[in-house]
Design a protein around this ligand. Structure first.
Ligand code: SF4
Length: 333
């Protein structure tokens, strides 16, 4: 049977599992924990959502951070909380207001989903659950967000993974994730659970996210100055594998965004924001969304509008009295 002893790292008293359950990855755990927590203490950024344990604020920050850089999120986060300071305020607001305030963050569906989550919390009494399974039963909350709320709001020792954590865990325990990952999310989450130091879940998960975002990044990991060098399975090869990475991978990812459905959906929602009071007809909307818009493009535009309507981002305000569909008026819901 194994025991537990503690090691002091700065302000942290880290319980070390002295007899890990599986030999290979577990042997790395003490060095991983001490190295990463020391790095965190020296390098952590002072971000507004790290000053709160309010689950609503944690939820807002996590949803905003899903597809947007930290620097861009910060002003939006403050503005959002001024306008919708509580989960009740968000739940009871006009959806049009919610979409309007989301301008500049992209992926507008996140705004609508965030409000749906808030409405579900309010319907269940207005208090966020603290355990992962109940959190996951709320609309719009997946395993990552549920783990983040349980950990960052309620300080539960919960293992969960995002892109940064997945990369760090993969590199340290399994080696380079290139040319293809060697484990799926379930296996990586198991590693995350094994590596989690008892009683330090909040710092530990913040540290992994921060380390993946600032130090062990996808394209430029700072291996030369890395405190985890000696315990990292990827260290010997990751730099050369990144250099050798086929060019096609990058080219494919960048794609022609300005021809994508997501781009045009964003243009439509922006136009609806600008005509918030009156709405806009399909005929007026077309040239705003696509400069070379022609009558033949009306069905294409209506498809986009109906997709947005299904996602709660647009509403048909008025069907035309004639058969001229370009007179159909659209507005924010
Ligand atoms: S040695 Fe390199 S790949 Fe390994 S954890 Fe450090 S930065 Fe990441």
């Amino acid at each position: 049977m194994g025991g537990t002893q503690s090691v002091s790292i700065g302000q942290y008293n880290v319980p070390m599992k002295t007899s890990p359950p599986t030999p290979s990855p577990s042997e790395k755990i003490p060095a991983f924990q001490t190295g990463l927590l020391a790095w965190w203490e020296a390098n952590r950024r002072d971000l507004p959502w790290r000053h709160t344990r309010d689950p609503y604020r944690i939820l807002v920050s996590e949803v905003m951070l899903q597809q947007t850089q930290v620097d861009r999120v910060i002003p939006h986060y403050h503005r959002w909380l001024e306008r919708f300071p509580t989960v009740q305020a968000l739940a009871e607001s006009e959806t049009a207001d919610v979409i309007h305030l989301w301008a500049g963050l992209g992926y507008n569906r996140r705004a609508v989903n965030l409000q749906r989550t808030a409405q579900a919390v309010v319907e269940r009494g207005g208090t966020f659950p603290s355990n992962v399974e109940t959190l996951k039963s709320l609309p719009g909350i997946g395993p990552y967000t549920a783990g983040a709320i349980a950990c960052f709001a309620f300080e539960r020792d919960v293992a969960f993974i995002d892109t940064n954590m997945r990369r760090v865990l993969h590199r340290v325990f399994l080696g380079p994730e290139l040319p293809a990952p060697l484990a799926n999310d379930r296996e990586i989450t198991r590693l995350a659970a094994e590596a989690l130091p008892d009683g330090l879940g909040w710092d530990w998960n913040q540290a992994m996210i921060e380390f993946g975002a600032l130090h062990c990044t996808a394209r430029k990991p700072l291996c030369v100055v890395c405190p985890l060098q000696r315990s990292c399975a990827a260290y010997p090869d990751i730099q050369s594998l990144i250099v050798e990475r086929p060019r096609g991978v990058k080219a494919k990812k960048e794609g022609p965004f300005k021809e994508s459905n997501r781009y045009f959906r964003g243009r439509v929602v922006d136009a609806l924001r600008n005509r918030r009071d009156t709405g806009i007809t399909v005929g007026e909307l077309g040239p705003i969304v696509r400069p070379q818009f022609a009558e033949a493009d009306v069905p294409w535009l209506l498809d986009i509008v109906h997709g947005l309507e299904r996602d709660g981002l647009a509403a048909i305000a008025e069907e035309p009295a004639t058969y001229d569909v370009s007179e159909t008026r659209i507005r924010l819901p």
